[in-house]
Design a binder for this molecule. Structure first.
Ligand SMILES: NC(=O)c1ccc[n+]([C@@H]2O[C@H](COP(=O)([O-])OP(=O)(O)OC[C@H]3O[C@@H](n4cnc5c(N)ncnc54)[C@H](OP(=O)(O)O)[C@@H]3O)[C@@H](O)[C@H]2O)c1
Length: 340
């Protein structure tokens, strides 16, 4: 026996990946529906070997559906997620709209699966920001062993984190560099992204940080431990898919780099590729389409008492969004509905 599942935003980057991952992981589906805006009405999306015809989210009735995986941005989520939840359909949401609501669980299944119990507060579960999801998968097992005091993270985030238009902008601008008569000024990004990097993702906050940086701070606290201090610098880079992070961690207790490597090798969702030789680490292009969060360059930071550095890479459309949402759906099925 399986579930009735709605994919909301099925024509988008994350929606496509949600459909792929449900099929790849043989999620027990009895019925599945692809929803998007009226613009996409009738367009086709793939689910395994089958083709789904996209329906209009605005007129869809969620009554009788077990779960809806949302990937439509905060504005549309604000309108449609409460409707789905009121109809008794669990919402698993990829937008940032509900992440900071104390009533709503923010879940990374490898890290805080116990938070699933709070689904019943509002019938909504939030998925974290892409950069947070991959980082907390690596931090949690290290925190359990040596208690993290502070994290300094710099991100190298791919353009797919900004949606379909952002991918097109990098592609078009890259081509236009070789054809100066066809100039493509920035639209989605604030500056040229082709052959450049931009230290600005989401809006600026009063303290000078950006909202993307703020999200990493607040979400890490909510998912792992409010006592962990995080400072982040989030940077957009001209990579299509795959976010990378340079992470510096300060612990309460000493943690040797070899022990950290062993802990991470055993950690769920983590793959350690860490050879101190040419190419003995993972770059974003190699993580595309994978489920794992890859950790490389694990090394002691001797400039602080108990410090460690590492490099963390993951497919942002997968662990950063679609995979994590499907894992939450699996958890909900296993722990709450107990059908699958
Ligand atoms: N990309 C990432 O790495 C990532 C990571 C974590 C979270 N997220 C979040 O996931 C969400 C989707 O991101 P994405 O990258 O997939 O964006 P995207 O590629 O731009 O796709 C957006 C999707 O939302 C649909 N949509 C937009 N407005 C709608 C409306 N008013 N009614 C119905 N459908 C509407 C679009 O349908 P049409 O095709 O019909 O316009 C499309 O299916 C966003 O909240 C994003 O912040 C993304």
């Amino acid at each position: 026996m399986g579930y009735k599942v709605a994919i909301v935003g099925a024509t988008g980057n994350v929606g496509h990946e949600m459909l792929n991952i449900l099929a790849e992981r043989q999620f027990p589906v009895d019925e599945i529906v692809a929803l998007a805006s009226r613009r996409s009405l009738g367009s086709e999306v793939s689910f395994g070997d089958t083709t789904l015809t996209t329906k209009d989210l605005d007129t869809f009735d969620f009554a009788g559906w077990d779960m809806a995986l949302f990937a439509v941005g905060s504005e549309a989520t604000k309108i449609y997620a409460p409707k789905a939840a009121a109809a008794g359909c669990l919402v698993i949401d990829n937008s940032s709209l509900y992440r900071y609501d104390p009533q709503i669980p923010l879940i990374v299944p490898e890290v805080n699966p116990e938070a699933i119990a709070d689904y019943k507060n509002k019938m909504i579960i939030a998925n974290p920001n892409c950069s947070t999801a991959q980082m907390v998968v690596a931090l949690k097992p290290l925190h359990d062993r040596a208690r993290i005091k502070r994290v300094v993270v710099s991100t190298y985030q791919s353009v797919s984190g900004g949606g379909k238009e952002a991918i097109d902008e990098l592609w078009d601008q890259t081509k236009s560099i070789y054809n100066p008569t066809d100039s493509k000024p920035p639209k989605k990004f604030t500056k040229q992204i082709a052959f450049n990097v931009i230290p600005h993702i989401d809006v600026f906050m009063e303290d000078g940080s950006t909202k993307e940086e703020w999200k990493m701070v607040v979400e890490t606290k909510k998912i792992i431990d409010p006592s962990i201090k995080v400072t982040a610098t989030c940077v957009r880079v001209p990579v299509f898919v795959g976010h990378s992070e340079s992470v510096n961690i300060e612990f309460e207790d000493f943690l040797d780099e070899d022990e950290a490597r062993d802990i991470l090798r055993e950690a769920p969702g983590v793959m350690v590729i860490d050879k101190r030789e040419d190419g003995g680490y993972v770059s974003p292009i190699e993580c595309v389409g994978d489920f794992a969060t890859f950790i490389s360059r694990i090394r002691q930071d001797s400039t602080v008492e108990n410090g460690l550095n590492l490099w963390c890479v993951s497919d942002n459309l997968r662990k950063g969004a679609a995979l994590n949402a499907v894992q939450i759906a699996e958890l909900y099925g296993r722990e709450i509905l107990k059908k699958g």
